[in-house]
Design a protein. Sequence first.
Length: 238
Amino acid sequence: MQEIAPVFIAGPCAIENRTMFEDSIRFLDSKDIHLVRAGLYKPRTDPHTFQGLGTSGISMLAELKREYPVSFISEILDLRDIEKMREVVDVFQVGSRNMSNYVLLKELGKAEVPVLLKRNMCATLHEFACAAEYLTEYGCPYVVLCERGIRSFDSETRNLLDLSCVPLMKSMTAFPVIVDISHSLGRKDIAVSMGKAALACGADGIMVEVHPTPETARSDAKQQMDFREFENFLKEIY
Protein backbone atom coordinates (compact mmCIF):
# COMPACT_ATOMS: atom_id res chain seq x y z
CA MET A 1 0.00 0.00 0.00
CA GLN A 2 1.44 3.34 -1.04
CA GLU A 3 1.94 5.83 1.79
CA ILE A 4 0.17 9.15 1.31
CA ALA A 5 2.32 12.19 2.06
CA PRO A 6 0.96 14.56 4.72
CA VAL A 7 -0.58 17.85 3.61
CA PHE A 8 1.04 21.05 4.83
CA ILE A 9 -0.86 24.31 5.21
CA ALA A 10 1.42 27.23 5.98
CA GLY A 11 1.55 30.99 5.98
CA PRO A 12 1.43 33.97 8.32
CA CYS A 13 -1.01 34.27 11.18
CA ALA A 14 -2.62 37.20 9.37
CA ILE A 15 -1.94 39.20 6.21
CA GLU A 16 -0.34 42.46 7.33
CA ASN A 17 0.60 43.95 3.97
CA ARG A 18 1.30 42.82 0.41
CA THR A 19 5.09 42.71 0.71
CA MET A 20 5.22 40.33 3.67
CA PHE A 21 2.48 38.14 2.25
CA GLU A 22 3.98 37.90 -1.23
CA ASP A 23 7.39 37.12 0.29
CA SER A 24 5.73 34.30 2.23
CA ILE A 25 3.99 32.90 -0.86
CA ARG A 26 7.18 33.01 -2.92
CA PHE A 27 9.08 31.15 -0.21
CA LEU A 28 6.36 28.54 0.32
CA ASP A 29 6.09 27.98 -3.42
CA SER A 30 9.83 27.24 -3.49
CA LYS A 31 9.16 24.49 -0.91
CA ASP A 32 6.22 23.09 -2.89
CA ILE A 33 3.73 24.30 -0.28
CA HIS A 34 0.70 25.59 -2.18
CA LEU A 35 -2.02 25.59 0.51
CA VAL A 36 -1.51 29.01 2.04
CA ARG A 37 -3.00 30.60 5.13
CA ALA A 38 -4.49 33.89 3.95
CA GLY A 39 -6.00 35.49 7.02
CA LEU A 40 -8.01 38.55 6.06
CA TYR A 41 -9.70 38.57 9.44
CA LYS A 42 -7.98 37.96 12.75
CA PRO A 43 -10.51 37.63 15.60
CA ARG A 44 -8.75 38.76 18.77
CA THR A 45 -9.75 38.67 22.42
CA ASP A 46 -8.33 42.17 22.90
CA PRO A 47 -10.30 44.65 20.74
CA HIS A 48 -7.32 47.01 20.62
CA THR A 49 -5.04 44.56 18.78
CA PHE A 50 -4.62 44.00 15.04
CA GLN A 51 -7.81 42.55 13.55
CA GLY A 52 -6.58 41.94 9.99
CA LEU A 53 -7.11 43.77 6.70
CA GLY A 54 -10.66 42.53 6.24
CA THR A 55 -12.29 42.43 2.83
CA SER A 56 -10.05 45.28 1.68
CA GLY A 57 -7.44 42.56 1.05
CA ILE A 58 -9.61 40.60 -1.41
CA SER A 59 -8.25 42.38 -4.49
CA MET A 60 -4.71 41.61 -3.31
CA LEU A 61 -5.51 37.90 -3.07
CA ALA A 62 -6.99 37.97 -6.58
CA GLU A 63 -3.79 39.49 -7.98
CA LEU A 64 -1.52 37.03 -6.16
CA LYS A 65 -3.57 34.04 -7.34
CA ARG A 66 -2.92 35.11 -10.90
CA GLU A 67 0.83 35.25 -10.23
CA TYR A 68 1.42 32.15 -8.08
CA PRO A 69 0.11 28.54 -8.09
CA VAL A 70 -1.53 28.80 -4.67
CA SER A 71 -4.82 27.96 -3.00
CA PHE A 72 -5.91 30.26 -0.19
CA ILE A 73 -7.44 29.20 3.12
CA SER A 74 -9.04 32.10 4.91
CA GLU A 75 -11.15 32.44 8.03
CA ILE A 76 -14.66 33.79 7.60
CA LEU A 77 -16.51 35.45 10.46
CA ASP A 78 -19.67 36.84 8.90
CA LEU A 79 -22.07 35.18 6.48
CA ARG A 80 -22.42 38.55 4.70
CA ASP A 81 -18.83 38.12 3.45
CA ILE A 82 -19.37 34.74 1.79
CA GLU A 83 -20.06 36.00 -1.73
CA LYS A 84 -17.16 38.47 -1.71
CA MET A 85 -14.64 36.03 -0.28
CA ARG A 86 -15.58 32.99 -2.38
CA GLU A 87 -14.22 34.79 -5.45
CA VAL A 88 -10.64 34.35 -4.19
CA VAL A 89 -10.80 31.92 -1.26
CA ASP A 90 -10.47 28.21 -2.08
CA VAL A 91 -11.19 26.91 1.44
CA PHE A 92 -13.21 28.73 4.08
CA GLN A 93 -11.85 28.35 7.60
CA VAL A 94 -14.26 28.32 10.52
CA GLY A 95 -12.32 29.26 13.61
CA SER A 96 -12.66 27.94 17.13
CA ARG A 97 -14.96 30.76 18.20
CA ASN A 98 -17.43 30.02 15.40
CA MET A 99 -17.55 26.23 15.53
CA SER A 100 -20.99 26.46 17.15
CA ASN A 101 -22.23 29.35 15.00
CA TYR A 102 -24.85 27.19 13.31
CA VAL A 103 -26.29 30.00 11.21
CA LEU A 104 -22.85 30.55 9.66
CA LEU A 105 -22.31 26.81 9.21
CA LYS A 106 -25.61 26.41 7.37
CA GLU A 107 -24.81 29.25 4.96
CA LEU A 108 -21.29 27.96 4.36
CA GLY A 109 -22.76 24.57 3.56
CA LYS A 110 -24.86 26.17 0.84
CA ALA A 111 -21.84 28.04 -0.58
CA GLU A 112 -20.41 24.83 -2.09
CA VAL A 113 -16.86 25.72 -1.04
CA PRO A 114 -14.64 23.34 1.00
CA VAL A 115 -14.47 24.18 4.71
CA LEU A 116 -11.73 23.67 7.27
CA LEU A 117 -13.51 23.42 10.63
CA LYS A 118 -11.53 24.07 13.80
CA ARG A 119 -12.51 22.54 17.12
CA ASN A 120 -13.77 24.94 19.76
CA MET A 121 -11.43 25.15 22.75
CA CYS A 122 -14.16 23.72 25.02
CA ALA A 123 -15.96 21.39 22.60
CA THR A 124 -16.43 17.67 23.08
CA LEU A 125 -15.66 15.41 20.14
CA HIS A 126 -19.38 14.74 19.72
CA GLU A 127 -20.06 18.48 19.45
CA PHE A 128 -17.19 18.79 16.97
CA ALA A 129 -18.64 16.01 14.80
CA CYS A 130 -22.13 17.55 14.93
CA ALA A 131 -20.77 20.93 13.77
CA ALA A 132 -19.22 19.20 10.77
CA GLU A 133 -22.55 17.55 10.00
CA TYR A 134 -24.21 20.98 9.84
CA LEU A 135 -21.90 21.76 6.92
CA THR A 136 -22.49 18.54 5.01
CA GLU A 137 -26.22 18.50 5.75
CA TYR A 138 -26.54 21.84 3.96
CA GLY A 139 -24.43 20.85 0.98
CA CYS A 140 -20.75 21.43 1.78
CA PRO A 141 -18.79 19.28 -0.69
CA TYR A 142 -15.70 18.76 1.45
CA VAL A 143 -14.97 19.20 5.15
CA VAL A 144 -11.59 18.99 6.89
CA LEU A 145 -11.47 18.84 10.69
CA CYS A 146 -8.71 20.68 12.54
CA GLU A 147 -7.58 20.01 16.09
CA ARG A 148 -6.14 23.25 17.50
CA GLY A 149 -5.95 22.55 21.21
CA ILE A 150 -8.43 22.76 24.06
CA ARG A 151 -8.47 24.96 27.14
CA SER A 152 -6.35 23.75 30.05
CA PHE A 153 -5.08 24.94 33.42
CA ASP A 154 -1.41 24.78 32.37
CA SER A 155 0.19 27.88 30.87
CA GLU A 156 3.31 26.21 29.42
CA THR A 157 1.51 25.96 26.09
CA ARG A 158 -1.18 28.20 24.69
CA ASN A 159 -3.67 25.31 24.67
CA LEU A 160 -3.58 21.61 25.44
CA LEU A 161 -3.00 19.75 22.17
CA ASP A 162 -5.43 16.82 22.32
CA LEU A 163 -3.91 14.32 19.91
CA SER A 164 -6.45 11.68 20.93
CA CYS A 165 -8.85 13.79 18.87
CA VAL A 166 -7.15 12.62 15.67
CA PRO A 167 -7.75 8.85 15.77
CA LEU A 168 -11.10 9.26 17.53
CA MET A 169 -12.51 11.71 14.96
CA LYS A 170 -11.22 9.54 12.13
CA SER A 171 -13.10 6.58 13.64
CA MET A 172 -16.24 8.63 14.37
CA THR A 173 -16.44 10.43 11.01
CA ALA A 174 -15.31 10.12 7.40
CA PHE A 175 -13.55 13.49 7.41
CA PRO A 176 -9.79 14.11 7.11
CA VAL A 177 -8.21 15.47 10.30
CA ILE A 178 -5.29 17.89 10.49
CA VAL A 179 -3.50 19.45 13.44
CA ASP A 180 -2.72 23.14 13.90
CA ILE A 181 0.68 23.06 15.57
CA SER A 182 0.97 26.83 15.99
CA HIS A 183 -2.32 27.77 17.67
CA SER A 184 -2.32 24.73 19.90
CA LEU A 185 1.20 25.22 21.25
CA GLY A 186 1.68 28.98 21.09
CA ARG A 187 5.42 28.27 20.84
CA LYS A 188 7.72 26.80 18.21
CA ASP A 189 10.52 25.13 20.14
CA ILE A 190 8.56 21.86 20.43
CA ALA A 191 6.82 22.10 17.04
CA VAL A 192 8.92 19.35 15.43
CA SER A 193 8.23 16.85 18.21
CA MET A 194 4.50 17.56 18.25
CA GLY A 195 4.32 17.59 14.45
CA LYS A 196 5.83 14.11 14.37
CA ALA A 197 3.45 12.98 17.10
CA ALA A 198 0.46 14.35 15.17
CA LEU A 199 1.42 12.41 12.04
CA ALA A 200 2.25 9.29 14.06
CA CYS A 201 -1.27 9.17 15.49
CA GLY A 202 -2.82 9.45 12.04
CA ALA A 203 -3.22 13.14 11.19
CA ASP A 204 -3.65 13.78 7.46
CA GLY A 205 -1.77 17.05 7.61
CA ILE A 206 -0.30 19.89 9.63
CA MET A 207 -1.08 23.58 9.75
CA VAL A 208 1.75 25.86 10.81
CA GLU A 209 2.37 29.60 10.82
CA VAL A 210 5.28 31.01 8.82
CA HIS A 211 6.27 34.69 8.68
CA PRO A 212 9.25 36.45 7.02
CA THR A 213 10.13 38.24 10.28
CA PRO A 214 8.14 36.87 13.23
CA GLU A 215 9.67 39.38 15.61
CA THR A 216 7.81 42.16 13.79
CA ALA A 217 4.52 40.27 13.39
CA ARG A 218 1.41 42.14 14.45
CA SER A 219 -0.13 39.02 15.99
CA ASP A 220 1.08 35.77 17.60
CA ALA A 221 4.77 36.52 17.09
CA LYS A 222 6.01 33.76 19.44
CA GLN A 223 4.44 30.89 17.53
CA GLN A 224 5.33 31.89 13.96
CA MET A 225 8.39 30.33 12.31
CA ASP A 226 10.73 32.29 10.12
CA PHE A 227 11.78 30.83 6.76
CA ARG A 228 14.89 29.09 8.09
CA GLU A 229 12.98 27.57 11.00
CA PHE A 230 10.29 26.27 8.66
CA GLU A 231 12.92 24.73 6.38
CA ASN A 232 14.35 22.88 9.37
CA PHE A 233 10.84 21.89 10.48
CA LEU A 234 10.10 20.30 7.08
CA LYS A 235 13.45 18.54 7.03
CA GLU A 236 12.89 17.04 10.48
CA ILE A 237 9.30 16.02 9.72
CA TYR A 238 10.24 14.31 6.44
